[in-house]
Design a protein around this ligand. Structure first.
Ligand code: AMP
Length: 142
C-alpha cells in the first residue's frame, strides 16, 4: 500500500501557519485541530515543521517567554518528506530512523498531505485484520 491510499482515505488537508506565527499561536492551532504538528509555509514554499515535542522543549528551556518566539526560530528546517508513490513501509522506516511522527507528502515541491504515526498504525491494524480474515476464510473453505 502506498501513501496515496492513506491520503485518499484521510484527505489532503494540511494545517499550516506562516513564518511569523508565534509559538503561542502554534500551540493554539495544535489544540484547536487536535494535531501533533503544524507545517510552516510561506506561499507555496515549505519552510519547516513545529511539533508538540518542539513546544515542550522550547517552553522547558525558555519558560513562558518562549511563547512569543516566531515559528522560524521554533521549527525544524531540514524536513524529511515522502512522495505519493512511497510505500507505507518506506514512511515507517523514515519515522523510525528520524525519530519523528509526522512526514509531509511533497510532490514537485508542493505540499500534498501529511502522514502521521497514527495514520500508519491505523493502516497496520486494518492490514493485520484483513490478513487474519483471509486466513480464517481460507481455513474454513478448504
Ligand atoms: P514528532 O515526533 O513528529 O513530534 O517530532 C519530533 C521532532 O522531529 C521535532 O523536533 C519535529 O520538529 C521534528 N520533525 C517532525 N517531523 C519531521 C519531519 N518529517 N522531518 C524532519 N523533522 C521532523
Amino acid at each position: 500500500m502506498t501513501v496515496s491510499a492513506i491520503l485518499s482515505d484521510k484527505g489532503n488537508n494540511v494545517v499550516t501557519l506562516g513564518p511569523k506565527a508565534t509559538l503561542a499561536e502554534i500551540c493554539k492551532t495544535l489544540a484547536t485541530h487536535r494535531i501533533g504538528a503544524v507545517l510552516i509555509v510561506e506561499g507555496e514554499e515549505i519552510l519547516g515543521i513545529v511539533s508538540e515535542r518542539d513546544v515542550v522543549r522550547l517552553v522547558s528551556a525558555g519558560g513562558g517567554e518562549a511563547l512569543s518566539s516566531p515559528a522560524t526560530s521554533c521549527m525544524t528546517k531540514n524536513l524529511v518528506t515522502c512522495a505519493r508513490n512511497d510505500t507505507i513501509a518506506v514512511v515507517m522506516e523514515k519515522m523510525t530512523t528520524g525519530r519523528f511522527r509526522h512526514v509531509p507528502v511533497v510532490e514537485e515541491g508542493k505540499l500534498e498531505g501529511v502522514i502521521s504515526i497514527g495514520d500508519v498504525v491505523k493502516y497496520r491494524i486494518a492490514e493485520a485484520e484483513r490478513e487474519a480474515e483471509e486466513m480464517r476464510s481460507y481455513i474454513t473453505t478448504t
